[in-house]
Design a protein around this ligand. Structure first.
Ligand code: ATP
Length: 483
């Protein structure tokens, strides 16, 4: 068994009681003065720019957590993995089975107990590199759900020498909640490795001064890990063999985390294996990655392209919000043959729309930014199970969420950026999700003014794809479309 000071996030969020969490099961003393809910709801009330930035970055961490909570298997991806080796002359290893990796038997048992039959695409290349002798440094980028966490957890567990009672692997996560999620994977994969111990370096986990940590793996947030390595000296950074920086894109969106991570990295021995993972790879992430990981091998798996090719796109012309609502009601019977997502521009409209649809007797789910992350996960889970056929939401809330069975998307409001221009990327992301893996999709855009017609035309031009007009009074036409 892995020793954990582990508190289920659901329990924290739903109870909201810090006093329940004071005593860790196994001797750790946890006083959790941690943010108990998704802080985006809190910062929304502040109007200044600094807070607006904060809102965005909080959303990234919340979004990432939400994705982890709702996911139960690998995301499909048909793209090729790109590998850039540090030494281009060395042979490129790729494995098709976990046996080929010569893992410790108890780890192989843990992997199979998790239901993994074979390595995921990214794992096929990343695992041989990470487990090579001597271990190699790696920067890996692939979208959420492609098996990055499982890969680095396996690398950490493989390197630990249980007889040495001090931290040997250090993993940085952007938030406490994300650290707990990774801890959970360590716990599952290390199920048959009882000697292995894990500690959390998170705000609120208070240890006595002068204490030394005897756990083998430490996972935590950069600020606390830095304190534990330098000021408080709970960890000897010179003994760390594997350093993992997870969710680099989320990490750098948080003020201070970048510097703290670099300071921690500088304290580690030169031969420590450095691994960095990110779901996206914009310039800022890349620059940060290069500072943290010297001489890296690089692995990238491109996101599955979203396309409008297999999607029929329509628009409905209305004069105001009430007419849009009426048009939606006319469409309702047809769209609920499948599952539909309805996007609104603001939380307020989303709440109003969900309430109005309910008044009409329709059973809809609402995914709103006010909700705590765990509540959001529960809503998505119900929707996935088909308990509700229609999900009303906003863009911010549903960004990055994949619900595969959705085949109808309604833009109750067209996507626009903060300057009021068409947000083509969001349009593609909202709608493109319906037409993946050869499936057919349907998109309906509600237009209620000259301005929104103009936005629609610009979207149409951008993608060079015709968006046809739909008359929602013509029920024959609607049924034809939905079938
Ligand atoms: N080889 C595998 N075979 C089957 N399932 C796997 C495999 N590797 C990982 N999974 C499962 O797929 C899901 C996604 O994996 P994982 O969390 O490692 O991806 P990720 O890229 O780290 O995503 P995120 O960035 O959101 O954490 C998890 O439910 C995990 O248990």
């Amino acid at each position: 068994m892995v020793t954990l000071v582990f508190v289920r996030p659901s329990w924290i969020w739903s109870s909201g009681r810090n006093d329940l969490l004071e005593e860790g099961q196994l001797g750790w003393h946890l006083v959790l003065d941690l943010p108990l809910r998704n802080s985006s709801a809190v910062v929304k009330t502040n109007a200044n720019t600094e807070k607006a930035d904060e809102e965005e970055k909080e959303d990234r961490a919340a979004q990432s957590l939400l994705n982890k909570l709702i996911r139960s298997n690998l995301v499909d991806n048909t793209n090729q993995v790109e590998v850039l080796q540090r030494d281009p002359n060395s042979p490129l290893y790729s494995v098709k089975s976990f046996e080929e990796l010569r893992l410790k038997p108890q780890l192989l048992q843990g992997v199979y107990a998790m239901g993994f039959n074979r390595p995921s695409k990214i794992q096929e290349n990343a695992l041989p590199l990470m487990l090579a002798e001597p271990p190699q440094n790696l920067i890996a980028q692939s979208q959420s759900g492609t098996g990055k966490t499982a890969a680095f957890v396996l690398a950490m567990l493989s390197q630990v020498e249980p007889a040495n009672r001090y931290p040997q692997c250090l993993c940085l996560s952007p938030t406490y909640e994300l650290a707990l999620q990774t801890g959970k994977v360590i716990e599952q994969m290390g199920k048959f490795y009882p000697e292995l111990k894990l500690a959390y370096a998170v705000r609120g986990n208070k240890l006595e001064r002068g204490q030394k940590i005897s756990e083998h793996i430490v996972i935590g947030t950069p600020g606390t890990v830095l304190d534990w390595c330098s000021k408080l000296k709970f960890i000897d950074p010179k003994k760390i063999k594997v350093f993992v920086l997870d969710e680099a894109d989320v990490m750098i969106a948080t003020q201070g985390h970048q510097d703290q991570s670099i300071r921690i990295q500088r304290m580690l021995p030169k031969d420590c294996q450095m691994l960095l993972f990110s779901a996206t790879f914009e310039d800022s992430v890349w620059k940060f990655a290069q500072k943290v990981v010297p001489d890296p091998n690089i692995i990238k798996l491109k996101r599955e392209e979203e396309t409008l090719d297999t999607i029929k796109q329509y628009y409905v012309l209305c004069n105001n919000r009430d007419e849009k609502f009426q048009a939606l009601c006319n469409l309702y019977g047809a769209i609920t043959i499948a599952q539909a997502m309805i996007f609104c521009h603001t939380r307020k409209t989303a709440s109003w729309l969900a309430a109005e649809l309910s008044k009409e007797g329709h059973q809809v789910a609402l995914l709103s930014g006010e909700m705590m992350v765990e509540q959001r996960a529960a809503v998505i889970e119900r929707f996935r199970e088909g308990k509700e056929k229609v999900l009303v939401t906003t863009n911010v809330c549903a960004r990055g969420i994949d619900v595969e069975q959705v085949s109808v998307v309604i833009n109750f409001d067209l996507p626009v950026d903060k300057d009021g221009n068409p947000d083509n990327e969001t349009y593609l992301h909202r709608i493109g999700r319906t037409g993946r893996f050869g499936k057919r999709g349907l998109a309906v855009n509600m237009v209620d003014s000259k301005h929104s017609m103009n936005i629609l035309n610009r979207i149409q031009e951008h993608f060079n794809k015709k968006i046809e007009r739909l008359d929602t009074d013509d029920l024959d036409e609607i049924e034809k479309i939905a079938n």
